[in-house]
Ligand binder design. Structure first.
Ligand SMILES: *[C@@H]1O[C@H](CO)[C@@H](O)[C@H](O)[C@H]1NC(C)=O
Length: 416
């Protein structure tokens, strides 16, 4: 055989060998540094911690919405009478209620305190992507904002839970847009007030006049771009690939993840709190973000910003008359809300800020409480990931929910 051929074959084998060795070393090194929760699904993470997790599917307007349920405490398998429904915010999913681990995440805290815990996933997120007849890249699929979630999906979810547990009133907890959905539902479909025993809004979002997050710089772009994208382009907004923001969000994508730049970005958008920040948790958190939403959701927020931060229905322009019978979109009628509410806000939250929460509180006719989290640096994401989330927020939410007489307790002054 030709010597050169032998040398060549040898060289090729060697190159392959070296490459595969390198791949194995890299994989091993990755394996050592990464947390298993980065790649696991919500039910798998919950099971890993020794809790039961059920998945239920609720169909609403064809969207197949997945609910994750922790039906009972870790060491007591009788299904409790009390029921809690947790609703995540924008770019989130049910993971937001469990990633901070059993001690610090609200879902586990409620389960161990005797609640049957249900975590919803909004249409279009990774757990609720399915649709009975619409294509996932179609215009119709993405033709929704929080309003459609509030008037169709949340009622369907509540009906479903009532079907499983007819004897139980439900405590609703929403973070950020998860609270917007609650306010919009109770004012637009007031018959659902009777389903809920109480509501908790973490970083409440209704009025957004004084929002401090630089995210508002995008609002005029959104107003120009969204209608075009919704009609002709991608109806789905994905920050990681959208030319408007992709450079900015890149360090927080799993492929280009860099702890310090990702942290800086999230801090600049939502408020910074070094003391409560867990850098080990960040890559896990980022892997579970749902970096996708509808353009219409963004446009709905942008319209409100453009309108003195009013809490109002979607502005369809010249079609408003046909749809609403008025030239301008109606405001949500907050006086229809009858469920007792607690509004928890963070003093260093750039998104849900005191003046706006106060305005909401003043407009509510239902018995309500407004609580500032005692940490002066507490920000938008601390509700989900703070190192001391148990003492700062979760234990207090629990006291509020368990209190029969929702007006008597000042949960922020309790000592732990
Ligand atoms: C930080 O997050 C990691 C990963 O989730 C967790 O194991 C650790 O306990 C957290 N540290 C604190 C102080 O909460």
């Amino acid at each position: 055989m030709n010597v050169r051929l032998i040398v060549l074959i040898f060289a090729l084998i060697n190159v392959n060998f070296v490459q595969s060795l390198r791949r194995r070393v890299v994989a091993a090194r990755r394996g050592q540094v990464s947390n298993p929760d980065e790649k696991l699904t919500v039910p798998a993470i919950i099971s890993r911690h020794g809790y039961i997790c059920e998945t239920h599917t609720v169909v609403s307007q064809g969207y197949m919405l997945q609910l994750h349920r922790i039906p009972h405490a870790k060491y007591d398998n009788a299904v409790p009478r009390k029921t809690a429904l947790l609703q995540h915010g924008l770019f989130g999913n049910s993971a937001h209620w469990i990633l901070n681990g059993p001690r610090n995440s609200l879902a586990y805290v409620l389960a161990d305190a005797g609640y049957d815990v249900w975590m919803a996933n909004i249409r279009g997120n990774r757990y609720s992507k399915g649709h009975a007849w619409l294509q996932k890249d179609s215009q119709q699929y993405w033709d929704f904002s929080w309003h459609e979630i509030a008037i169709h999906d949340m009622p369907a979810i509540l009906d479903y839970i009532k079907g499983v547990k007819s004897d139980s009133e439900i405590a609703y907890v929403g973070h950020s847009m998860g609270s917007t959905i609650l306010f919009a539902m109770l004012s637009s479909r007031p018959e659902y007030n009777s389903y809920l025993e109480s509501g908790v809004a973490l970083a409440p979002m209704a009025f957004i006049k004084d929002i401090e997050s630089p995210i508002i710089w995008l609002s005029s772009t959104v107003e120009t771009v969204a209608p075009v994208e919704m009609r002709h382009g991608r109806h789905e907004f994905r920050p990681a690939v959208s030319s408007y923001v992709s450079d900015f969000v890149e360090p927080c994508t799993p492929e280009h993840f860099r702890t310090s730049s990702c942290k800086d970005m999230l801090f600049s958008l939502c408020g910074a709190n070094e003391r409560q920040f867990n850098s080990t948790l960040l890559p896990v958190f980022v892997n579970h973000l749902d970096m996708s939403t509808s353009w219409k959701t963004l446009q709905h927020f942008a319209q409100e910003l453009d309108n003195e931060g009013e809490f109002q229905l979607f502005d369809y322009g010249s079609s408003n008359r046909r749809i609403y019978g008025t030239r301008k979109p109606p405001k949500y009628d907050l006086s229809k809300i009858k469920v007792p509410l607690a509004l928890f806000w963070g003093m260093n939250d750039y998104v849900s800020v005191e003046n706006d929460v106060q305005k909401l509180y003043d407009k509510l006719k239902t018995p309500s409480k407004m609580y500032a989290v005692s940490d002066p640096e507490f920000s938008h994401l601390d509700f989900l990931w703070a190192k001391d989330a148990d003492v700062l927020i979760n234990n207090r939410v629990l006291v509020y929910l368990n209190d029969e007489n929702k007006l008597d307790i000042d949960v922020t002054s309790l000592e732990w």
